[in-house]
Design a protein around this ligand. Structure first.
Ligand code: DAH
Length: 445
């Protein structure tokens, strides 16, 4: 299976995106005519040839899992807000944004793969579902708030497995500093205090330079200021990580919490970093961050300042903290899931049962226009809802004589809450096949 180069699996972040890996398939051919309008959050919006929001996605709008106080995502949001207690917290921004807000204002190049119809959900060419909380950076900075957090649902078209779901939740945070000498002196002192505090804790941090040739300060920044702000960002996030994970994920005297900082690239920060936490023998990426591109602050009319920002994936962290094995569980309305969580507390989730899976294969000849894997996955999600657990491409070949390409996908159906009958799975699978034919003109083999 080919994974997009700009998003190394299983990332939820716009990492390593230099803009040179634009996807070939920028539009999704649709043979079915979409209705003239689509209803989202109670309002009608005109559709056009770019519309690709499915009903399974629109049904998730307004669920606001991150606002439920006894839901793992709501509990985690609250923990982050309590840690950064003097930051102003926002959580009510609409998920409908313009592509300008989501991409242009943040300096995403025109050929960035995130903009494509195969990767993002468009209501029409002028409106989309936000793909990250950074989409609100300019408007929040423009309010003049110097330290803020923002939590929200975000939407991305993606493959299907236990850690990917087309709707997930992020938390953005930022802090603005005056660029004058006094403020930088205060920052230096704050950094020394934070650093002394962390030095006493049972945490091992693998670091990279705050700025370097490959992760440079911005042209308009005094490199010493850039370095101080990047250091403050790292210390602030290391403290947050310690507050969330310390003593919880098997860390002990002999086995401290391990955190690693890695140089990264985002269009809207420089220097940029990603952070990983060592958990159950693996490094798991939990957030992206950096020193905000001055362009963003200028668009927000914030003068003579320098800022850091971060964006973290709430599901990713909650899955680690609560040992939640499948991302679909966050959407479960089963009391056996929902009653396990208490505001302010984190203890491991007790799986109630794992019902048997039922896998079915579908093999087909690709139409001349091709079929992007994300289009296939969205079609399966729309037919199966949360009954689909995993989708894998298991075979692909091109016929030597006809030059036609055949693909075979294995779809794993399993309910989180009950046993799925074979008849039920057959009916869903038949619907997948018929949608494949009618929506994409494929020939089932
Ligand atoms: N918005 C980025 C993503 O979803 C994550 C991110 C990176 C947020 C750097 C930030 C930042 O605020 O400074 O991949």
């Amino acid at each position: 299976m080919v994974f997009p180069l700009w998003r190394v699996r299983p990332s939820h972040l716009y990492l390593r995106c230099s803009g040179i890996h634009a996807r070939r398939c920028l539009s999704t051919p649709r043979s079915t005519l979409s209705p003239p309008t689509v209803n989202l959050l109670g309002a009608e919006y005109p559709t056009d040839t770019t519309t690709n929001v499915t009903s399974s996605i629109s049904s998730k709008l307004g669920r606001n899992l991150h606002l439920q106080s006894a839901h793992p995502l709501g509990i985690l949001r609250h923990l982050v807000e309590s840690h950064f207690h003097d930051f102003t917290a926002f959580s009510q921004f609409s998920p409908l944004v313009t592509p300008a807000k989501n991409f242009d204002d943040l300096g995403f190049p025109l050929d960035h793969p995130g903009r494509s119809l195969t990767d993002s959900y468009y209501v029409n060419r002028d409106l989309m579902l936000r793909t990250h909380t950074s989409a609100h950076e300019v408007e929040v900075f423009a309010q003049g708030v110097r330290a803020w957090l923002l939590s929200a649902d975000v939407y991305r078209r993606d493959e299907i497995d236990a850690s990917h779901y087309p709707v997930f939740h992020q938390m953005e945070g930022a802090r603005v500093f005056s660029g004058n000498a006094n403020s930088m002196r205060d920052l230096e002192e704050e950094n020394e205090n934070l650093s002394a505090h962390l030095a006493q804790k049972n945490i091992v941090i693998e670091d990279v330079p705050h700025v370097s040739e490959t992760n440079p300060p911005q042209a308009g920044h005094d490199p010493r200021h850039s370095e101080l702000v990047a250091r403050n960002l790292k210390l602030s996030l290391n403290s947050l990580i310690l507050a969330l994970f310390g003593g919880r994920v098997g860390a002990s005297e002999a086995n401290p919490l391990r955190v690693r900082w890695i140089e990264a690239y985002f269009p809207f920060t420089s220097p940029s970093f990603e952070v990983e936490v060592f958990f159950h023998g693996k490094w798991l990426e939990i957030l992206g961050c950096g020193v905000v591109q001055q362009r963003t602050l200028i668009s927000a009319s914030v003068q003579d300042s320098i800022s850091w920002a971060f964006g973290l994936g709430l599901e990713r962290i909650a899955m680690i903290l609560y040992s939640i094995p499948d991302i679909r569980l966050f959407w479960s309305q089963d009391p056996r899931f929902l009653t396990q969580f208490t505001p302010g507390q984190i203890h491991p989730f007790k799986p109630y049962s794992k019902y048997p899976p039922c896998h079915k294969d579908v093999a087909f000849w690709l139409p001349d226009s091709g079929l992007h894997e994300n289009d296939f996955c969205d079609l399966v999600r729309d037919a199966a809802g949360d009954l689909v657990e995993d989708v894998k491409l298991i075979d692909k070949f091109t016929h030597p004589k006809t030059n036609r390409t055949s693909q075979c996908y294995r779809i794993n159906y399993r309910s989180m809450d009950r046993s799925l009958t074979n008849e039920e799975a057959n009916a869903i699978h038949a619907s997948v096949e018929s949608r494949l034919k009618s929506n994409f003109g494929v020939e089932i083999r």
